[in-house]
Write a protein that binds this ligand. Structure first.
Ligand code: SAM
Length: 286
């Protein structure tokens, strides 16, 4: 069954009385080229375990099941569970979990999976309303996977990829680049979905780092500094870093030790410069 075919999607909707839920971010893929692009971009091999977020009616799930040893697909909408049971009936290597991915202990799910796998790869055409929450959960929870290949709004993908000096560079860019090496898989115009969303999309692949790109005394302090800096991104570092809990003298000293002009703004700092400031705070006053 060509689940990407709009006529098939329509037939499924009328057979099961299924209505698209806007609030669950349901925009289903209608292009086999994009589906192949995600599977190839994720570099899924025959001994891999794939975790799919938001399978919908199973269009990507089927393709992943063809390529991988096993697929665990996590779908929140109970109205899709019976449909998935039917569209995936021919695949004995797929497990559908009817859960909210934000409340799922993915680490436990993967660690308790009994099979032997070469690697674990996360894929998904993400629901747009919680894109960044899902990405941050996967990264901050240290979900034991090799890579995360996901579709998101193009604007979010651009923010994730941007670097110092760019007006869209922010805490999300720093966090994702800290945890992973980011690469662009493809751009996907909005016409490739049903129903058609308002914005275009892009697929990114995040390869999780084995070692952090900067040496930190405290990861918590690093993110405290990043959050404070970008919390008031129009302000100079001397002012914005006040939100990290330090007074101006201490901030001035930290910036001086790090060789950073206090008149600069967070959006001009590299990961290394954030790390230098955070490490100076972590060292204390001596
Ligand atoms: N993978 C399908 C495709 O590409 O056609 C559907 C993608 S659609 C953009 C997003 C899917 O995520 C929907 O099936 C939606 O019900 C599901 N979803 C939304 N919120 C979710 C959540 N919190 N946990 C798990 N799945 C969720």
């Amino acid at each position: 069954m060509e689940l990407y075919n709009p006529l098939v999607i329509k037939a499924i909707r009328s057979k099961y009385g299924f209505q698209f839920s806007k609030s669950l971010g349901q925009n289903f893929l209608t292009d086999p080229g994009v589906i192949n692009g995600i599977i190839e971009g994720a570099d899924i091999g025959p001994n891999d375990l794939v975790i799919e977020i938001g399978p919908g009616i199973g269009v990507l799930t089927q393709a992943a099941a063809e390529a991988a040893k096993k697929v665990i697909a996590i779908e929140i909408d109970k109205n899709l569970i019976q449909i998935l049971g039917d569209t995936l009936a021919a695949y004995d290597n797929v497990q559908v979990v009817n859960q909210n991915v934000l409340k799922t202990d993915l680490k436990k799910l993967i660690e308790e999976e009994p099979g032997e796998y070469e690697s674990v790869k996360v894929i998904g055409n993400l629901p747009y309303y919680i894109t960044t929450a899902i990405i941050m959960k996967l990264l901050e929870d240290h979900v034991p996977c090799k890579s995360i290949t996901i579709m998101m709004q193009r604007e979010v993908a651009e923010r994730i990829c941007s670097g110092p000096g760019n007006r869209i560079y922010g805490a999300l860019s720093v966090a994702v680049q800290y945890y992973s090496v980011v690469s662009e898989v493809m751009d996907v115009p909005k016409e490739k979905f049903m129903p058609m969303p308002k914005v275009d999309s892009a697929v990114l692949r995040l390869d999780l780092r084995e070692e952090p790109p900067v040496d930190l005394i405290s990861e918590k302090m690093f993110f405290r500094v990043v959050k404070a800096g970008f919390g008031q991104r129009r302000k100079t570092l001397l002012n914005s870093l006040g939100a990290s809990g330090y007074d101006k003298d201490r901030i001035r000293r930290a910036l001086e030790h790090a060789g950073i002009d206090p008149a600069r703004r967070a959006e001009t700092l590299s990961l290394q410069e954030f790390a230098d400031i955070a490490n100076d705070f972590s060292k204390g006053d001596d």
